[in-house]
Ligand binder design. Sequence first.
Ligand code: ADE
Ligand code: ZN
Length: 334
Amino acid sequence: MSDFIRKIPKVELHMHVEGSIMPARLLHLAEKNKVKLPYQTVEEVEQAYQFNNLSEFLDLFIKTTEVIQSAEDFHIVTEDYLKLCHTENIIHTEVFCDIRTYLDRGHSAEMVLEGINAAFDAEPEDGISGGVIPCFVRHLGPEIAYQDWQILKNHQDKYLAIGLAAAERGYPASLFKTVFQEIHQSGINTVAHAGEEAGPEYIWSALKDAHVSRIDHGVTCLEDDELVEYLIKHNIPLTVCPQSNVKLNVCGHMSQHPLQELLKRGLNVSIHSDDPAHFGAFLTENLMLIQAHCGITDAQIYAMTVNAAKASFASDGRKAEMLQQLADFVPENC
Ligand code: ADE
Ligand code: ZN
């Protein structure tokens, strides 16, 4: 593996925490909580992780989240992921979680938020920073999102921002305009998946109707020159997940991913893993893949990592620390 990719301090801004559950942990939690899964072995789980599109993936993703039934389980899952972050030199990570999935099963938002936060809190003083971004499940519609917000607004100190995820087509951010307006009135940051499976109009809607500060994915912006211009003018970060895009057939082979074009156009792009266990690539592997198949250079990886640090919801002090770590990294490695 490239020494540069292995060593560079990394920042992850687009990762669904349950998407980091490796097959062995999935089976362990299923057994612990007496959840019947249609797979008994690691190999069977791996075999099930094949998808033709986002909808097929989400069906399996939601099913596998049934193995999580307590704050302790969330702590275990997040701790596994943070351990892996240490091996990958990830210094800051913001993890998504759809709280509605758990509310609908009779669990509480506290269970989700406190379980995930417990793993971050257990990090040492100079350890990995970050936290959770609860997301609305967009295909459940705006009324459910509004109910989620009524709960989330009582826990504002427990998360970094609020996001919008799940099935995109048919559910533009415009449907969620009112709830996003209220969230902004409370001074909370927002992000939205947009331009993953749907076209540029969904990105416009996330910007103009939901006023989000980052776009998750956003790769279809290239179909609309005016949108590209707007994204550049307003320096809107796009959190791009190349291996996810390949595995969910958003693009063809990795060599056909539009990443070079996004960079050439001058967009604010950074690289992330989305659902690394399901797609077979954590952040480091994503970086290796784009270098191998898209001709992405070390300098481009460096620039995208700086983009991620700046686009994070870390405090100004922590951002300055991360940018200093990156500045210190360059002289010996470039
Ligand atoms: N939830 C988990 N992974 C997702 C993705 N790639 N897009 C939308 N919602 C998701
Ligand atoms: Zn995602």
